[in-house]
Design a protein around this ligand. Structure first.
Ligand SMILES: Nc1ncnc2c1ncn2[C@@H]1O[C@H](COP(=O)(O)OP(=O)(O)O)[C@@H](O)[C@H]1O
Ligand SMILES: [Mg+2]
Length: 250
């Protein structure tokens, strides 16, 4: 396999690299079960990569690790040339907040906040009270614009329980994109939607990814969708089986 980064087909820089990722979960007091047995992955700027694998294979576990929501037991992650787990808690939070965007199957919106407040929340957390007060007018206008672009002009002050599944996921996508991340991690983003709604949401997601030149790792069971990705990676037996036509560039 080609392991020389200067010899890739595309010269796009690496946005995130992970090497030798292992993760086990406790099974009762004495035993544990290892789910990820040493995952190697590199995601390049602007590329769309599908992640497939049977239910329970460890796709969500891997996405959480790549998104710094969970720490691997072993292995290294590099974002922007830095190891986020060697950084301070605040620096790591800032990497997560500024560089990465998440879209989850079950939206993960806060039910007590309105759509626009959900979109604004990550920026609010990132800025701190003083900076937030100074910039909130401008940010609010930008969030309104983003929601309107996603067809939610009349839903901005609705709370998630008052929104349909498709609307919730569009809010979640607007939230994920609001901080202008470099990498979007999407975990079965249409898995909870009916077919037609899922297709609309997916079109929106893919259009934004292309427009913004984002790198995207998309967990999906849909092989038609995977065919629209530049690479298809499959998790099996705790490791990544690369698409043989597109070996994983490390
Ligand atoms: N926090 C956890 N504690 C214990 N087991 C877990 C935890 N998270 C995931 N698992 C187990 O790890 C395996 C992989 O889960 P997951 O990554 O969610 O799979 P996938 O997303 O591919 O369906 C499953 O068997 C699941 O039960
Ligand atoms: Mg999952």
């Amino acid at each position: 396999m080609n392991t020389d980064p200067t010899r890739r087909d595309s010269p796009a820089p690496v946005v995130l690299r992970a090497h030798g990722i292992r993760r086990a979960f406790a099974l009762g007091k004495a035993r544990s079960l290892e789910i990820l047995h040493g995952i190697d992955i590199a995601l390049h700027r602007g590329e769309r990569v599908a992640l497939m694998g049977a239910s329970g294979a460890g796709k969500s576990t891997l996405l959480h690790i790549l998104g710094l929501l969970d720490r691997p037991d072993e292995g290294e992650i590099e974002i922007d040339g830095r190891d986020p787990w060697a950084c301070s808690v605040a620096e790591r939070a800032s990497i997560r907040n500024q560089r990465l965007g998440f879209v989850f199957q079950f939206y993960h919106l806060l039910p007590e906040l309105t759509a626009i407040e959900n979109v604004l929340l990550p920026s609010m957390i990132a800025r701190g009270a003083v900076d937030w007060r100074r910039s909130r007018g401008e940010l609010r206008a930008r969030a309104e614009h983003a929601l309107a672009e996603f067809g939610l002009a009349d839903r901005m002050r609705h709370k998630p329980p008052q929104l349909s599944g498709g609307e919730r996921q569009r809010v979640a996508i607007a939230r994920a994109l609001f901080t202008d991340p470099e990498l979007l991690l999407a975990d079965e983003p249409t898995g909870n939607l009916d077919k037609a709604t899922g297709e609309t949401v997916l079109e929106l997601l893919l259009a934004e990814q292309e427009k913004r030149g984002l790198s995207m790792l998309l967990v999906t069971h849909d092989s038609r969708l995977a065919a629209h990705c530049e690479r298809v990676l499959t998790i099996e037996d705790g490791v990544i089986q690369a698409d043989s036509a597109h070996p994983i560039p490390l």
